[in-house]
Write a protein that binds this ligand. Structure first.
Ligand code: BTN
Length: 265
């Protein structure tokens, strides 16, 4: 970890407590260390660059200066299975934040928690946690990365950045983080009051591939079917060709219909 990011870091409302860093291996590691030391819920580790950013499924996360990288420490007072809903909540809050700082752009969500801009991946979310008991979590780390200025050029990742999609270059990671922090707080209050349903509905309104034929890669098989719904626990419901419905808890989705196919850009 190197020096703090200086006086012009983002301004976050309470109850966030910002730890602003310049360069770090991964904000997940810093947040985990702080959470183990007892850091309060709301502690948010933000870095201008990461040297070893991690993504889902053991992948690297491209992390040069100019993009947004942060990890928020949460201590949700609910069973672990419900805490998983927080990734949908974060995806929706990220989408809302992008909408707030940008001219009209098409934000969609790809299950389980990618955020797409004009059909390509602009942000990813990583959850890590430690269990306190079978039912409860000691803490949950919510890691978010948003390609504000740069994106990896690997065509397989089908990534993009906000600036590439026409969001003004004056939009900075700091501004986006400030917008996210407000939207996330309001989504959390609504979640505490009304449960998952409002988030589920907001996510489904902009779900990529809903009703279409998709591929879902699981550890030992690839399923092809129609994306029917997101259930009350955040599982993907996939209708197979024989009419059987599969309920999927984790995997990787590939959109297959023409408007999402690679090479369209
Ligand atoms: C994904 O694979 O889509 C999840 C990407 C999560 C990246 C963020 S960037 C901030 C935090 N620190 C990391 O090392 N990863 C997460």
């Amino acid at each position: 970890m190197s020096a703090a990011a200086g006086p012009h870091g983002p301004r976050l409302p309470p109850p966030y407590r910002l730890l602003a860093l310049d360069s770090v291996a991964s904000t997940m590691d810093e947040a985990r260390r702080l959470a183990e030391e007892g850091a309060e819920e709301g502690t948010l580790v933000w870095a201008r660059e990461q040297r070893g950013g991690r993504g889902r499924l053991g992948r690297n996360w491209y992390s040069p200066r100019g993009n947004l990288y942060f990890t928020l420490i949460l201590r949700p007072d609910c069973p672990a299975i419900e805490a998983a809903q927080i990734s949908f909540l974060a995806a929706v809050a990220l989408g809302e934040a992008i909408g707030t700082v940008s001219p009209p752009v098409e934000v969609t969500y790809k299950w389980p928690n990618d955020v797409l801009l004009q059909g390509s991946k602009v942000a990813g979310i990583l959850l890590e946690s430690r269990a306190a008991s079978e039912e409860r979590l000691a803490y949950l780390l919510l890691g978010c990365g948003v390609n504000v200025a740069h994106f990896p050029q690997d065509p397989e990742l089908k990534a993009t950045s906000m600036h590439f999609e026409g969001v003004p270059k004056s939009v900075t990671p700091e501004e986006l983080l400030e917008a996210f922090s407000r939207h996330f707080l309001s989504r959390v209050s609504r979640w505490v009051e009304d449960g998952f349903e409002p988030i589920r509905r907001a996510w489904l309104r902009h779900a990529a591939g809903l009703g279409e034929e998709i591929l879902v890669r699981l550890p030992h098989e690839v399923l092809k079917g129609r994306f029917r719904d997101l259930d009350q626990e955040g599982y993907l419901l996939l209708e197979m060709a024989d009419g059987e419905e599969r309920r999927i808890s984790s995997g990787e989705v590939f959109l297959t219909e023409r408007k999402h196919a690679a090479g369209d850009r």
